[in-house]
Design a protein around this ligand. Structure first.
Ligand SMILES: [Zn+2]
Length: 253
């Protein structure tokens, strides 16, 4: 409420949309979305800091953070020294951009309606990619695609047929997304579990991971959001009809 010239008035400016912060690990230098208790925007206490040599000339920092809600402690790594003289995170720093690996990995980046196994694999693939561990990132991405074909009961004897079957089962999803997966070289079902494939470079990995994330969003999130909105409209419609019926009954009485 604002007071202007002795007249009280309310600030009707709409609140800024900050929902993007729910998809981050860190919201501020002492607030995060806790991967243990799954609470969003809880404060944490910096419970410890260590430094070690990743290579001869590359130091790496470890921070232990304790959630002030569930009291569980998580571990976070960064190549940058992002703390002040008291080893607390500097104010205004983008912690997500600086921390390349966390244990446990964040569960907030992907929607909770996406099956856990796929969220875990993609979270791990992205973590490996941030660290430039391309073999690990490639393995997790391959396994995620394989798990997607299993979860969606894709039909066919080989990878090409399975992706084609997903594409025809889901005409509502832009076909280019499945085409990206279909064109992944060397991605046969036999090879998913073998070590006989080459790792992908970071550009290809980014493309495959983002494509997968978009497909998962289309498969498991968007339809449920649509259903929820339709249910809300049905509720409103029912209210209107009941009111109309009541006024008709009242006027005929
Ligand atoms: Zn917590």
């Amino acid at each position: 409420m604002l007071v202007s010239g002795g007249i009280r008035c309310f600030d009707l400016t709409p609140m800024a949309d900050e929902s993007h912060l729910d998809a981050k690990n860190f919201v501020a230098n002492d607030v995060y979305n806790c991967a243990f208790c799954k609470r969003r925007r809880v404060t944490f206490t910096q419970a410890g800091h260590f430094q070690f040599e990743w290579t001869r000339d590359k130091p790496c920092h470890i921070w232990l953070l304790r959630c002030n809600s569930c009291q569980m402690t998580s571990l976070h790594l960064s190549f940058n020294d992002i703390s002040n003289s008291e080893w607390k995170f500097q104010k205004g720093i983008d912690l997500d951009a600086n921390i390349f690996y966390s244990v446990p990995t964040s569960v907030f980046v992907l929607d909770s309606r996406i099956p856990n196994i796929l969220r875990d694999l993609i979270g791990e693939a992205e973590g490996c990619l941030k660290m430039n561990f391309l073999t690990g990132a490639s393995a997790c991405t391959r396994k995620a695609i394989y798990e997607l074909t299993l979860h969606e009961k894709a039909e066919g004897d080989n990878y090409d047929e399975q992706i084609k079957s997903l594409k025809s089962k889901h005409p509502e999803i832009p076909s280019e997304l499945f085409d990206v997966l279909a064109h992944i070289k060397d991605m046969t079902s036999d090879k998913v579990h073998e070590q006989s494939w080459d790792k992908w470079d970071s550009k290809h990995l980014t493309l495959f991971i983002q494509t997968l994330k978009t497909i998962l969003q289309e498969l498991y999130v968007i339809p449920k959001e649509r259903d929820q909105r339709t249910q809300e409209i049905r509720g409103l419609l029912q209210g209107v009809r009941e009111k109309q019926k009541k006024s008709e009954t009242d006027s005929s009485a």
